[in-house]
Design a protein around this ligand. Structure first.
Ligand SMILES: Nc1nc2c(c(=O)[nH]1)N[C@H]1C(S)=C(S)[C@@H](COP(=O)(O)O)O[C@H]1N2
Ligand SMILES: [Mo]
Length: 365
């Protein structure tokens, strides 16, 4: 049972780890990596899978712990021997694995609720813990390797497994597996509705639902939370583009420039995502107007001053993508104040957190 549940949990953890790495690299690109701006909805899928696999690992982890926990507290061989020492080390590595995994999933879940009841930075901690988990998991697999090899090289698997004892306190293994798989599936379908519109009506585990919010689109932080209402509504608002030339546009002037359309999702790191129809000026066109080429890296500056939401960077391949807009409109209307009025960035294959709202400055780097 522990082996089968371990495989399921292993798959969930692997999906969660790999999609998490992708998300981390989006937000902190290493020098050796160029993230492509297409497919446009890639991040929506990978981050949706990240949050789903993390949620599904909760029932899997609980079930796995339930099947093995007596072993953690079993008496060590006595008197102390090499074997006792090796067993102690193994239990220590498992204690670290379980603790790190439980903490990782717990803070990840609270993050989807935008609740941060701890003093440490979420993303850095979540990332560091992921490596602790991978390390402890590799040790765990290495220790169990002889057992795993023995399992795969045993002579008659079917007759042998048929003769294994079935009962665990009255519940058959099959019933347990069905229950755990059912619990995992239930978690998945009641959470997936935050990205899959068809499942939205039963999305009781999803903190955000598609369609709920101004202009049919959820909002993470409102203009008043961000403290930008007065500046965003002011007649003095201007967009400044700083490149070889420095240009300044009023909202009327921006509206008079050639407008483009893009159907792109907001795909939040917290797992919810929703597509919308955006209209505005291609960032590429704005850069050309100020004399920049198509290899420019651009800093996007919001009216919002504090915190890491205030600025974001468009790597050259994102700035040059024809789908990357300084959006003025969404779903056929001027942007709602909470969606970034007067102007926001919307780009393909990007975490929502980088789709900066209330933009007033683009700077060539
Ligand atoms: N200036 C600013 N831009 C921001 C944010 C913010 O708090 N401040 N939130 C980001 C996050 S986390 C997401 S998911 C999207 C949400 O966009 P929406 O509120 O228009 O749906 O905006 C992003 N842009
Ligand atoms: Mo977000």
């Amino acid at each position: 049972m522990a082996t089968v549940l371990g495989r399921w949990l292993g798959i969930a953890v692997l999906i969660c780890f790999l999609t998490g790495l992708l998300s981390h690299w989006q937000q902190e690109t290493p020098a050796w990596l160029t993230i492509p701006s297409r497919p446009a909805s890639l991040y929506r899928v990978t981050q949706g899978l990240h949050v789903l696999s993390g949620l599904v690992s909760v029932p899997l982890l609980l079930a796995k712990l339930w099947t093995v926990y007596p072993k953690l507290f079993a008496k060590l061989p006595w008197p102390p021997s090499r074997r006792a020492f090796a067993e102690l080390l193994e239990r220590l590595s498992i204690a670290i694995l379980v603790a790190a995994l439980a903490l990782e999933v717990f803070i990840g879940f609270l993050n989807t609720l935008q609740w941060y009841p701890w003093p440490f930075p979420f993303r850095e901690t979540h990332y560091a813990l992921a490596w602790v988990i991978v390390g402890a998991l590799l040790i765990h697999l290495a220790v169990k390797l002889p057992l795993i090899l023995a399992h795969w090289t045993r002579p008659l698997p079917s007759s042998e497994s048929a003769s294994l004892p079935e009962a665990t306190g009255g519940m058959s293994r099959r019933t347990l597996f069905r229950t755990v798989a059912g619990a995992g599936a239930l978690v998945a379908i009641t959470a997936a509705g935050q990205s899959v519109p068809a499942l939205a009506p039963i999305a009781v585990l999803a903190p955000r639902r598609p369609g709920v919010g101004p202009q049919g689109l959820p909002v993470n932080r409102t203009a008043s939370d961000a403290g930008v209402v007065a500046q965003a509504l002011s007649d003095e608002w201007r967009l400044t583009v700083v490149g070889p030339r420095e240009l300044t546009f009023s909202l009327e002037q921006l509206r008079a420039l050639p407008q483009s359309r893009a159907d792109l999702p907001i795909a939040c790191v917290e797992g919810w995502s929703q597509s919308a129809r955006w209209e505005g000026i291609r960032v590429r066109d704005l850069l050309r107007l100020c004399g920049a080429g198509d290899t420019a890296r651009v800093r996007v500056v919001s009216l919002e001053r504090d915190g890491f939401y205030g600025t974001s960077e468009l790597p050259p391949q994102f700035a040059a993508d024809p789908l990357t807009l300084l959006a003025l409109r969404v779903n056929g209307e001027n942007l709602d104040l909470d969606h970034g009025f007067p102007a926001r960035i919307i780009a393909p294959n990007r975490p929502g957190v980088l789709q900066t709202k209330w933009v007033h400055r683009l700077e060539l780097l």
